[in-house]
Each structure stands twice: as structure tokens, then as C-alpha cells.
Ligand binder design. Structure first.
Ligand code: HEM
Length: 397
């Protein structure tokens, strides 16, 4: 068995700069055991794509147990993200109804306005943190809108719950007081959505929770706990990742004055910027899977029941698929082949919504503040090996 003492995703150095180690892994040990995580890592594009297409070998069944452990907000039922076809298919079809292109296009004006209002506030200051004063609030406000809950709550409690849940994969390394705070957040989140579901049952509106409650009554197919689980995941999935995509897209433009000038002159290019950021600095760096049987790959055997991480953050820099993968290039052919939203059954349900809000956030920020610039030349990434985005990005108009 290959050991990997030098490959430790829990180390701060790795979290700041994982790409050289990813490259080494792709070239030398494309499938390897990672001691620090007690898990197997898969690093090449084709191999990661293969795992997504073969849930019978690489099951999602332990996703929540691995990601959240005892911090799973709804442990009684499997989450959609931890189901394999065919069970997954039933739930996904119901949830898809809330994310069709027509529904998302219908939200466009509202999204523009939410983002404009947030910029009104941030712009008041001579200098502000693009991440915590702006980007962090965009998705929570939009998700609150989809779920039909109070937008102010979205900005306060939603954000706190999400920030606490995101620490769960590193739970073995966290101090007791932080773990206690995370537990409180999970309980609050659960209690809040339980109440919301009960309220929407009596007072249906034009929102996702009402739609799910309605689907349950029509088909007798979704239980109360299944709805709770779905809503909790959408709150988490939808609240966190887009804020990192916004912060990182802006950082990429700060590094690329030529691309920035082109996008400022032709706003249609902002969606290309977001797409290339999805590839170059994927907000999600891996997905959790479980080997359903012994699996032979690249001379290694992943034993049945092992935890497997498919590193999409590495796959998206694979030189076997992307020419000069470390270069940010909005003109690169096939940049949308990236695996940033995964593939197959669990392909992100919120891809269109996420890209829409991110493109709008970066475009509107630069339209209002054309000379926006970073205050510091360097930027620190947030301390995570799962989710990637700037920890802080101080800017001045
Ligand atoms: C824009 C940034 C986003 C990124 C980078 C992202 C990334 C991902 C990835 C990689 C997966 C697959 C996970 C797996 O295979 O285990 C996924 C699934 C999912 N995402 Fe996203 N996501 C984003 C935005 C959103 C938004 C805005 C929402 C909802 C409002 C959302 C909701 C979900 C849900 C519910 C799933 C599970 C789908 C299923 O299991 O069938 N995501 N996302």
C-alpha cells in the first residue's frame, strides 16, 4: 500500500498551495492512500470522471457520515447527496422542479436587486472586505429567497450555521468549544427548518419548501424528514460555495488586468470568467465516495468499504486534458469540461443558479467600482482542504 507522509491535506501549507502536490500525485501516484485522512485519493481527470459515472463501484452512501459525522443535521434519513441510483433518482426528480432554467431565469431580476442592495451597503466604506462584507451575503440572501424564508435571517443565522457546518470534515482536529458551537448551530438549523416546513404546510407560498410539501401530499412520497434533509442540504450547498466562487473570480481578475479590461468592456465575458474560475480554482476540491468492492486502479487496490476522495480540484488542473492548466485563460477551448460541479447523478443541481449569481456579483461590483483594487498584494486562502476561496480580500473602490 502506498503511504503518503508528505501528502497531508490537513496541513496549512497544503491548504494554501495544493497544486504542486496534486501534480506530483497525478504524475507519480494517481491513486494513493492518504494516511492523514485514512482515505484513498484519486487525482487524474479521467479517473475522477470514471468514479462519478460508476456509483455501483464508488457509492455516495457515506458522504454525509464522512463530511459531517455527528454534525449531520438530519441523521434519520439518507441525504440526497448520499444516495445512489435508483433511490436517488426519485428525490432528485422532485428537487429538480425548483431549479429548471425557466425558474432560474425568472429569478434573474430579483438576484440582480439583492446583489445591488448588498453593494450599496459595502460601497459606503472607503475600504472593505470583498468576502465578508459582500460575497458571503450574496448566496445566503439568494438561497433564503428560493426557500421562501426571511432574507435578513439568511444573512445572519444562515451564514453562521453554514460556516460551522463547513468545519465538520476537520472535526477530529478541532477544539471542544468549537465543536460545541457547531453542535448548537446544527440544532438551530434543524429547529428553524422544522418550523418552516410546518408553517408552509399551513401557509403555502411560491417557494421551494411549499413545493416540496405539496409534492409530498400529492404523491405520498416525501416524508417530513426527507423534506427537512433536502432543505438543509440546499441551504448548505447553496449558501457556501457560490460566495467562494465570487471572491475567487474577483481575485483572478485582479491578477489578470488584460482579461479584466476585456470583461469590463464586454460584460458578456463575465460568465466566461466564472467558468474558468470554476476550473482554475474550483470552490469544491473533492467529493466523498465509498468503494463498494475491492477496486484495482493504477496498480493499487482500493479495498471494499474504503473512503475515497475524488479530487476535482486536481482533475481540473490535469495537463492530460487542459493545456497549460495552471494558466487562467477564458479563451481556452473546452474549459467547461471541468468537473467543478461533479458529473453523473449528483451533478450540482444549482449550477445555473450559482453561475448566474456569481457572474452578476462580479459584473455589478466592477460596473459600480471600475477601479476596484486589492489593498494588499497577497491573499490568504481559507483554511480548508475541501472548500477553496479567499479568507479575506480587502479592496478599495
Ligand atoms: C456555484 C458554486 C457551486 C459549486 C462549486 C457546487 C458544487 C457542487 C458539487 C461538486 C456537487 C456534487 C457533490 C457530489 O457529487 O457528491 C454539488 C451537488 C449539489 N449542489 Fe452544488 N455547487 C454550487 C452551487 C450550488 C447552489 C447555488 C445550490 C442550491 C441552491 C447547490 C445545491 C446542490 C445540491 C442540492 C447538490 C446535491 C445534488 C444531488 O446529490 O443530486 N449547489 N454541488
Amino acid at each position: 500500500m502506498t503511504t503518503a507522509v508528505d501528502f497531508n491535506p490537513l496541513s496549512p501549507e497544503f491548504q494554501q498551495q495544493p497544486y504542486p502536490l496534486y501534480k506530483q500525485a497525478r504524475d507519480e501516484t494517481p491513486v494513493r492512500f492518504i494516511e492523514a485522512l485514512n482515505a484513498w485519493g484519486i487525482f487524474r481527470y479521467e479517473d475522477c470522471a470514471y468514479t462519478f459515472k460508476h456509483p455501483e463501484l464508488f457509492s455516495a452512501r457515506d458522504f454525509i457520515a464522512n463530511a459531517f459525522g455527528e454534525f449531520d443535521p438530519v441523521p434519520e434519513v439518507p441525504s440526497i447527496i448520499a444516495m445512489d441510483p435508483p433511490e436517488h433518482t426519485r428525490l432528485r426528480k422532485l428537487a429538480n422542479v425548483a431549479f429548471t432554467p425557466k425558474v432560474i431565469r425568472g429569478m434573474q431580476d430579483r438576484i440582480e436587486k439583492v446583489i445591488g442592495d448588498l453593494l450599496d451597503e459595502a460601497q459606503q466604506k472607503d475600504e472593505f472586505d470583498f468576502v465578508s462584507d459582500f460575497a458571503a451575503y450574496v448566496p445566503v440572501s439568494v438561497t433564503a429567497e428560493i426557500l421562501g424564508v426571511d432574507a435578513v435571517l439568511g444573512r445572519g443565522d444562515f451564514k453562521r450555521w453554514t460556516m460551522d457546518l463547513i468545519k465538520a470534515p476537520s472535526r477530529t482536529a478541532l477544539p471542544a468549544d468549537e465543536l460545541a458551537q457547531m453542535k448548537r448551530s446544527v440544532e438551530e438549523l434543524r429547529a428553524y427548518f422544522t418550523d418552516q416546513i410546518a408553517y408552509r404546510r399551513k401557509n403555502p407560498g411560491n417557494d421551494l419548501i411549499s413545493a416540496l410539501v405539496h409534492a409530498e401530499e400529492e404523491n405520498q412520497s416525501l416524508t417530513e424528514t426527507e423534506i427537512l434533509s433536502l432543505v438543509a442540504l440546499i441551504q448548505f450547498g447553496g449558501s457556501e460555495t457560490p460566495s467562494h466562487l465570487i471572491g475567487t473570480s474577483m481575485w483572478e481578475l485582479f491578477q489578470q488586468p488584460g482579461t479584466r479590461a476585456r470583461a469590463q468592456a464586454d460584460p458578456a465575458l463575465f460568465s466566461e470568467v466564472v467558468d474558468e474560475t470554476m476550473r482554475h480554482q474550483s470552490p469544491v476540491h473533492f467529493v466523498f465516495q465509498t468503494a463498494t468492492q475491492d477496486i484495482a486502479m493504477h496498480g493499487e487496490t482500493i479495498p471494499a468499504d474504503s473512503l475515497v476522495f475524488s479530487f476535482i480540484g486536481s482533475a481540473n488542473r490535469d495537463e492530460r486534458v487542459f493545456e497549460n492548466p495552471d494558466t487562467f485563460d477564458i479563451d481556452r477551448p473546452g474549459k467547461n469540461k471541468h468537473l467543478g460541479f461533479a458529473r453523473g447523478a449528483h451533478y450540482c443541481i444549482g449550477d445555473m443558479l450559482g453561475k448566474l449569481m456569481c457572474g452578476s456579483a462580479v459584473r455589478q461590483a466592477l460596473q459600480r467600482m471600475p477601479a476596484l483594487h486589492p489593498v494588499e498584494p497577497d491573499m490568504e486562502w481559507m483554511p480548508s482542504f475541501w472548500i477553496r476561496g479567499p479568507k479575506e480580500l480587502r479592496v478599495a473602490p
